[in-house]
Design a protein around this ligand. Structure first.
Ligand code: PGA
Length: 255
């Protein structure tokens, strides 16, 4: 199955709008024309989306633009929330949903993840759905069961065609921002379990089409090892995505 590799940069709560515009230009310069074989996405904070979108448009860049979260309603009395149509109007193409930091600090649950996934598809946004276990869950040997349950609830109620277009980012919480990673083989085991879960829910074609990213301390030095695994189709990159050269090196590792 020929799945296109995807490397997405999650800028988290870093970069002002001005800094984001500079960063995306730096990334484009570093990547030059090596972009074409890999789908590249940058995900600035909400306040940076407009400026980054303008750079992408004016410089005719092919990279995708993602938000780090979205609310499920189109508009209404939801103070502080951002709707799918606000993102698509700024030419966002992707949205990260259910990142562990949102689950930890902002009350995100599998149920809210599911509402957001449906809202993203309705709006034509590509959801990047995050899952991943804590260290305690891993040490108790419950990683597979935990991740399968996150996926079963988080992406329930789609049709098979949508399921085939899903992107799931497997991010062990203990690997995020820590410099620690699972072995590529054990990350692939979980990626395979995620694919099997989608297969059981939506059938083998969807399972073969959908993409699984690995995330958690991905760096230029280790990216290629993860990309060499059969069920891993790219990476969701945090810290290293804030450095244009590092991010570009990770993209090149996926070529
Ligand atoms: P990290 O973050 O690459 O800094 O570990 C990954 C993420 O949280 O998406």
């Amino acid at each position: 199955m020929d799945r296109r590799m995807l490397v997405a940069g999650n800028w988290k709560m870093y970069t002002t709008s001005g800094e984001g515009a500079v960063l995306v230009q730096d990334i484009a310069e570093e990547l030059d024309d090596s972009l074409s074989g890999v789908e590249v996405v940058v995900c600035p904070p909400f306040t940076g989306i407009k400026a980054v979108s303008t750079v992408i448009e004016l410089d005719h860049l092919t990279m995708g633009l993602g938000a780090q979260d979205v609310f499920w309603e189109q508009e209404g009395p939801f103070t502080g929330a951002i709707s799918p149509r606000m993102l698509t109007e700024l030419r966002c193409t992707h949205v990260i949903i259910g990142h562990s930091e949102r689950r930890e600090h902002f009350g995100e649950t599998d149920e809210t993840v599911n509402k957001k996934v449906h809202a993203a598809f309705r709006a034509g946004l590509q959801p990047i759905v995050c899952c991943g276990e804590t260290l305690a869950t891993r040490e108790a040997g419950n990683t597979d069961a935990f991740v399968r349950s996150q996926i079963t609830s988080g992406v329930a109620g789609l049709d098979a065609e949508q399921a085939g277009r899903l992107v799931v980012a497997y991010e062990p919480i203990w690997a995020i921002g820590t410099g620690r990673t699972p072995t590529p083989e054990s990350a692939n085991d979980v990626a395979r379990a995620i694919r099997a879960t989608i297969g059981a829910m939506y059938g083998p074609p969807a399972a073969m089409q959908m993409r699984v990213l690995y995330g958690g301390s991905v760096k230029p030095e280790n990216a290629k090892m993860f990309f060499g695994e059969p069920d891993i189709d790219g990476a969701l990159v945090g810290g290293a995505s804030l450095d244009a050269k590092s991010f570009a090196d990770i993209v090149r590792a996926a070529l």
